[in-house]
Unconditional design. Structure first.
Length: 339
C-alpha cells in the first residue's frame, strides 16, 4: 500500500513538472510559474508532556504555478519535496506492567535514563494557496500567501540512543524483586542504540508565507520571504500501544535493545507507583500494587517547520500596469530629475 502511494506521488510530481513547463511556454500576464527552495528549523510536536522536542534543520524544494484572477489576488498550487529532521527525548522514564515469564506472572518494571531519538522524514507536499500582492514601487511588490498542504511521507528513519536502562521483575507470590539474571531480561543495560523505519501516514498542513518580490526584468522576478508550515493532523500510523521496553519470555537475551520501540509508537503507564520503593518498605505486608492505564508516550504527533524562502518567478503577472504606487513613484522620480 505504501509503495503504491509513493509511486502515484512520483507520477503526480512528474505530471506537475510537465504541466508547469507547458504553462511557462505560453504564459500570459496573469500567470506565474516558479521554482523555489526554503530552509530553517523543523520539529515534531507532541501532545504528551513526557517527551521533549528538539529543533533540527530542515527544508523543501518545489515548483509552483499561480493564476491571478485579479491584480491583487491569485490561487496557486504545485509540488514540493520536503525534508524534516526532528528529535524526541526524555531525561527519565519509569514504567511497570503485568507480564509472564512462561510459568509465573509478575510485574515487569524498568527505568530509562537520558533517552533521545532522531527522526528523518522525506515527504511530498501538494499545496493549495491563496496569494495577495501589493506593489510598493516598480521593482518591489509585497507578497503574502495562506492556505494548506497535503503531505505524503515517502521515506522515514529513526535512530535512538539510550545511555542506561534498568529492568526488574517483581513476583508477588514469592515477595521477591529480581534484578538479575540478564538473560531473563533483568539487570542494568548501557549504551543501547536503535535503528528503525517507522510508518507515518498522510497528514495535513496549514501554511503561511510573506515577503517581497523583486522585479529583475519584465519576464522574471525573485521572491524572498518567510514561511511557516504547521501540521494539523497526527503523522503516526497505527496504534501507539506498544510498551516502550516490552517483555518477551521466549526471546530475551543479554541486551534487550531488540525489543525497544521508538517513543513515537510506544505507550507507558502514567503515575505508575515506584515498585522498588514498595518492596524495600515491607516484605511481609500484603499490598496490592496498582498499575496505571497505558497511554501513548508521545500522544498526537504533528509537524512544525519555519524558515526563509527564495522563489524564482517566471512571467510578467501584470501587476505593474495597475500599480498606483508605481505611478506615484515614477512621478516623484520625474519631479526630482527636473529639479
Amino acid at each position: 500500500m505504501q509503495e503504491d502511494i509513493k509511486m502515484k506521488t512520483w507520477k503526480y510530481l512528474l505530471w506537475i513538472a510537465g504541466l508547469l513547463t507547458s504553462v511557462h511556454a505560453t504564459a500570459q500576464s496573469n500567470n506565474e510559474v516558479s521554482i523555489y527552495a526554503g530552509g530553517g528549523v523543523s520539529t515534531l510536536l507532541y501532545s504528551s508532556s513526557a517527551l521533549q522536542s528538539s529543533y533540527e534543520p530542515g527544508g523543501h524544494i518545489g515548483i509552483g504555478y499561480t493564476f491571478f484572477f485579479t491584480t491583487e489576488w491569485g490561487i496557486g498550487t504545485g509540488a514540493e519535496l520536503t525534508l524534516l529532521n526532528a528529535g524526541a527525548s526524555f531525561p527519565l522514564l519509569s514504567d511497570a506492567y503485568n507480564a509472564n515469564d512462561g510459568s509465573d506472572p509478575f510485574i515487569f518494571h524498568y527505568t530509562v535514563y537520558d533517552y533521545s531519538e532522531k527522526i528523518q522524514m522525506y515527504s511530498a507536499n501538494i499545496p493549495l494557496m491563496i496569494y495577495y500582492r501589493s506593489p510598493v514601487n516598480p521593482s518591489m511588490t509585497f507578497y503574502a500567501g495562506l492556505g494548506g498542504k497535503v503531505s505524503i511521507p515517502l521515506q522515514n528513519t529513526v535512530t535512538a540512543t539510550m545511555p542506561k536502562a534498568t529492568t526488574a521483575g517483581y513476583y508477588s507470590a514469592y515477595h521477591v524483586d529480581l534484578h538479575m539474571p540478564a538473560f531473563r531480561g533483568f539487570g542494568t543495560f548501557e549504551n543501547l542504540t536503535l535503528d528503525g523505519a517507522p510508518t507515518f501516514k498522510m497528514y495535513y498542513i496549514a501554511s503561511a508565507e510573506t515577503g517581497l518580490k523583486w522585479r529583475i526584468s519584465s519576464n522574471w522576478s525573485i521572491y524572498t520571504g518567510l514561511y511557516v508550515d504547521y501540521g494539523l493532523t497526527s503523522i503516526v500510523d497505527g496504534e501507539q500501544d506498544k510498551p516502550f521496553i516490552p517483555y518477551n519470555e521466549t526471546a530475551w537475551n543479554v541486551n534487550p535493545v531488540s525489543y525497544h520501540h521508538s517513543a513515537l509508537v510506544s505507550s507507558y503507564a502514567r503515575n505508575t507507583p515506584m515498585v522498588d520503593k514498595f518492596i524495600s518498605d515491607n516484605f511481609e505486608t500484603e499490598t496490592e500494587i496498582t498499575i496505571g492505564n497505558q497511554q501513548p508516550l508521545a500522544g498526537n504527533v504533528t509537524t512544525l517547520a519555519a524558515g526563509l524562502k527564495i522563489k524564482v518567478i517566471f512571467g510578467q503577472s501584470g501587476e505593474k500596469k495597475h500599480c498606483l504606487p508605481c505611478l506615484r513613484y515614477e512621478l516623484d522620480q520625474r519631479g526630482t530629475k527636473k529639479k
